[in-house]
Every structure is written in C-alpha cells, then in structure tokens.
Design a protein around this ligand. Structure first.
Ligand code: 3PG
Length: 218
C-alpha cells in the first residue's frame, strides 16, 4: 500500500491498538475482536518472540486489516517485519540507521521523538509521521501543541502514544497535528492472554465512537 493511502487510512481509524501478544495461536481471535470492534488495524510489537509469526498470519488470513510492526529496535527486526508483510513500522526512539533502512525497504516508518532536535533529525531523514512518546508523561496534548509550533508548515504529523486511554483520547484527537493515537489500553497483554475478546471488542467500539464524534464518521 502506498504511504499516503496508508496514513489516510490510519487517520480514518484514528486509533492504533499497540499489541503485545505471546502466542501466535491468539492472532486470529485477536484480529477478529479488533475487526468486530471496528478497528481493523494493529501494531504488533517485537517485544515477544511471537511477533513475526503473528504479523505473517494476519497478513495472510485477515488481508482486510492494516498490520504494522512496533518496537523495532534493530535492523534485524525491521527486515523480518518487512519479510512478514508488515505495512508500517514504529519505534519508540529515533535510530537513523533504522529509519534509512525502512526507507530503502519502502516500508512506511514512524520513529519516536520527544524534542525539537529529534523532530528535526527525523524530518531530515524523510519521516513524515512521528510517534510522540511517552505522550501523557511528557506533557500530553499541550506539549505536542507547543512542540509542533515551528514544524507545522512542514506537514509533519504525530502519533501520540503512552498513557492514552478512553478518558483522554479526545484531547489528543482534537489536535490537527495528530494523525492517530496509539495505545495498549484497547487490547492489553493480560486481556489478550486471558482471551477476553468481548472486552477488546467493546474497547475498540468505544474508541471508534469517540473518533467518529470528533472527526466525523468517514
Ligand atoms: C508503546 O509501546 O507505544 C507504549 O508502551 C504504549 O503505551 P501505553 O501502554 O501507555 O498505551
């Protein structure tokens, strides 16, 4: 999928569930809960050994979903994510080597930033969407708004992540510089492990309702 189209779809969903899944066997029921909740999108983090297999399974079995790879800390994981069919990559920090390799692999990549210098470095590397992490702990919506001031004209957009939930989601989505938010609250590791699919479905539905209310249901 073209980068512009991908970001357009992520904007439309407004929220990206950040997933920590321990077993590939849980990939399909998890995906079905997200889809049923109206959020056919997931960032599968490379914090577990199951990540690559989960991404490959979802790409094959649930092609209607957008599947990204998160917590990309090494070139090895980046290449593996691409091989498994990940449609985008995310990292908590800004590693120029990884951003450059993602570009070479033609994989849309969202590096993490927290300061003006990091934003400038990321823009210089060609990144267009940046993960603002950890969002709540670093000053939340007011901080992103202030931080984005000198860079707004570049067209840069942000994916705040860290400490976001149903109660503060709205305050982030209201910012025009926010493309989408990320978070584990929709499908927590423990909830996935306990296979509480209805809880995940309900969380997604509630989040989608807030997105629709703020951005209109497109
Ligand atoms: C991430 O990897 O993006 C964060 O762990 C997500 O933060 P959260 O758990 O507070 O949503």
């Amino acid at each position: 999928m073209e980068e512009a189209r991908l970001f357009e779809m992520l904007y439309r969903y407004g929220v990206v569930p950040v997933i920590v899944v321990e077993s590939p066997d849980l990939a399909i029921p998890l995906a079905d809960a997200l889809i049923a909740g109206g959020l056919p999108v997931a960032e599968i983090t490379f914090r577990t050994a199951a990540a690559a297999e989960v991404i490959a399974t979802l790409r094959k079995e649930r092609p209607e979903m957008i599947v990204g790879a998160g917590t990309i800390l090494t070139l090895e994981h980046l290449r593996l994510a691409k091989e498994c069919g990940a449609q985008f990559g995310v990292s908590p920090g800004l590693n120029p080597e990884i951003v450059e390799e993602a570009r070479r692999l033609n994989l849309p990549f969202i590096p993490g930033i927290l300061t003006p210098s990091e934003i400038e470095r990321a823009l210089g590397l060609g990144a267009k969407v940046l993960k603002f992490f950890p969002a709540e702990e670093s000053g939340g919506p007011a901080m992103i708004q202030a931080l984005a001031g000198p860079y707004r004209h570049t067209g840069v957009k942000f994916m705040p992540t860290g400490g976001i939930n149903l109660h503060n989601l709205e305050s982030y989505l209201k910012l025009d510089i926010v493309l989408m938010v990320g978070g584990t609250w929709l499908a927590r590791k423990e909830t996935i492990a306990a296979q509480e699919w209805e809880t995940i479905q309900a969380n997604c539905r509630e989040a989608r309702a807030i997105v629709a209310q703020i951005r209109g249901d497109k």
